[in-house]
Design a protein around this ligand. Structure first.
Ligand SMILES: Nc1nc2c(c(=O)[nH]1)N[C@H]1C(S)=C(S)[C@@H](COP(=O)(O)O)O[C@H]1N2
Ligand SMILES: [Mo]
Length: 549
């Protein structure tokens, strides 16, 4: 090959490589768009990105999950899905480039990724069978075909036997090496490629948008069923919240957490949209004399109770945001269990663990003894005066005062199985968390915020403290290494709710560290020793560093 041939060859090859890589990207885009549309016919959870994301979540050990929550908070799901799309994009670029030399291999690679999505979708605990594989497989096939077609446009057109020699080149050199090299690049169908790629991009965008629209629409029945719910007045209402239980201090968490601000922790990449009319709860298992299935209406027509209960996540760091207080309406779970003939272990019942299962395949295990010991363990239907919001478990969830959410607060619940701790480990326990986990006494400084610069003078220090089901006895605040000073506690609503507290502080200029600790009603002081959230909840005192000006 002459030098002249090479210089002609290079820029054109670079263009073709870039276009091949772009074809890979386009094929990946088309695959995801087609999968989105097909998932609308199957179910949204079966889409490849959701399926792979869920599979990743399922395989995430406790420590990594904790790290993700710490760094990304409630955005962890978004970060995960963007990460998956980014990785797919890189792979698509590589497959496109590979396809320029090995067209079939490139397409087979796209198909293989469809297969990965299919395996992830069918391997989920909530999988509804082989149909869950269809969106990924059809999407992968569409992407594979598109890549094959697009890269085909980048290959030299077979010379037409009767084509006249190009005018600017002597016919005699047409078969020589340099000319052939130039011909390989010059011969590809630039216009055909651009037309096909443009059409594919437009079609994919339309198909993806259509799929997205249909997926959203598929939840409409559930939304309508929620809109139609009228919660009956509870037979046993919660006592009014004492006026003195609510402090009004700027920066302090309100006593009742509004639903929009209530923390959300779950593994669901697609929030389950359950139609209340079709919802069923089955109670069965060891020592269940009478297995029963309840409808949503069955629950609404039972004795409803209204209770204020503070919920805490085991992943809440010292000073963290995953704690909230709401007024719940629900059925007492112990009554329902007793109706099914369940006895707690202390009364000779053979089952010591209650497994709650959700429609998305989550399993949570609570001690039967705790659920039946007289505390207000609820199957909740209402939250702060409205049916449960979808993200908080509509139509029905569990709430058990004194237990962390991961061992009790099953959202979108559909099944309760009585079993033993020896014979079954639920989802989080398999991933390194404790089998049993009562909420540890906690306290948090809400104001001033870390690194705040308050003016010298009286600064209001305020926050919340919780020790669900034991109650908060005392909260103390320390400035720097000074003595502990008892904070003013707001009135207690119930032992199952948090308490606000405050302390006016005569702040002198300079840097200061404020530290808080609580004592529960058993007299136990919150331990100073910091522990990690894994396996049964963080401990340690919350501190805030401020600079007084
Ligand atoms: N179905 C389902 N229920 C679940 C979870 C979940 O991942 N899936 N997470 C649990 C955890 S760890 C907590 S702390 C609470 C949080 O409830 P919230 O999101 O309503 O605050 O729900 C619990 N119930
Ligand atoms: Mo949690």
């Amino acid at each position: 090959m002459s030098d002249e041939g090479k210089t002609q060859h290079r820029p054109a090859t670079r263009t073709r490589h870039a276009l091949a890589a772009a074809s890979g990207l386009l094929a990946g885009y088309a695959a995801l768009a087609v999968a989105e549309l097909v998932s609308a016919a199957v179910r949204p959870e079966a889409g490849p990105v959701v399926a792979v994301g869920s599979a990743v979540i399922d395989r995430t050990p406790a420590a990594v999950k904790d790290w993700a929550i710490r760094h990304f908070g409630t955005d962890d799901k978004l970060v995960l899905q963007l990460g998956i799309v980014a990785i797919l994009a890189v792979i698509a670029l590589l497959l496109g480039t590979a396809a320029l030399h090995r067209r079939r291999t490139g397409s087979a690679g796209v198909l293989l990724f469809g297969l990965v999505g299919a395996v992830a979708a069918t391997g989920r605990p909530d999988s509804e069978g082989w149909t869950d594989a269809v969106p990924s497989l059809v999407g992968g096939a569409a992407g594979a075909v598109l890549l094959y077609v697009l890269v085909g446009r980048l290959l030299p057109k077979p010379p037409a036997p009767d084509s006249p020699p190009s005018g600017d080149r002597p016919a005699a050199t047409a078969g020589s090496a340099p000319a052939a090299a130039a011909g390989r690049d010059a011969g590809w169908d630039r216009r055909g490629f651009l037309v096909a790629a443009g059409a594919a991009a437009a079609a994919s965008t339309a198909v993806g948008a259509g799929g997205r629209y249909l997926n959203r629409a598929s939840g409409r029945g559930a939304v309508a069923s929620r809109d139609a719910v009228v919660l009956p007045a509870p037979g046993s209402t919660a006592d009014p919240i004492p006026k003195a239980a609510r402090l009004r201090i700027p920066g302090l968490s309100p006593f009742v957490t509004p639903n929009e601000d209530f923390y959300r922790v779950d593994t669901a990449l697609v929030v389950p949209k359950v139609d209340a009319g079709a919802w069923r709860l089955r109670i069965h298992g060891k020592g269940v004399a009478r297995s029963r299935t309840f409808t949503y209406d069955d629950l609404l027509h039972r004795d409803l109770v209204e209770r204020d209960i503070t919920l805490t996540c085991v992943s809440n760091e010292v000073g963290g945001p995953y704690v909230g207080n709401a007024r719940w309406i629900g059925v007492r779970l112990a009554d329902l269990l007793a109706d099914c003939g369940v006895r707690p272990p202390s009364h000779g019942g053979p089952a010591d663990q209650l497994i709650a299962r959700s429609v998305d395949g989550m399993t949570l295990g609570a001690p039967v003894e705790d659920v039946m010991d007289g505390r207000d363990a609820l199957l909740a239907v209402g939250m702060n005066g409205e049916p449960l919001p979808f993200v908080h478990g509509f139509p029905v969830r569990m709430v058990v005062p004194g237990l962390y959410g991961f061992v009790s607060a099953c959202k979108w619940i559909e099944d309760i199985e009585l079993t033993t701790f020896d014979s079954y480990d639920p989802y989080w326990v398999k991933r390194g968390w404790a089998r049993k986990a009562s909420v540890k006494t906690g306290s948090r400084i809400d104001t001033p915020k870390p690194f705040a610069r308050p003016e010298a003078g009286t600064v209001m220090v305020a926050g919340v403290a919780w020790a669900q089901h034991r109650g908060i006895e005392r909260v103390e605040v320390r400035v720097d290494d000074g003595p502990w000073r008892t904070a003013d506690l707001a009135a207690q609503d119930t032992a199952d709710t948090w308490r606000q507290w405050s302390l006016p502080w005569r702040a002198a200029p300079g840097g200061h560290t404020l530290t808080v600790r609580a004592t529960d009603r058993t007299g136990e002081v919150q331990p100073e020793k910091r522990t990690r959230t894994v396996p049964d909840g963080a401990s340690g005192w919350h501190s805030v560093v401020v600079t007084v000006d």
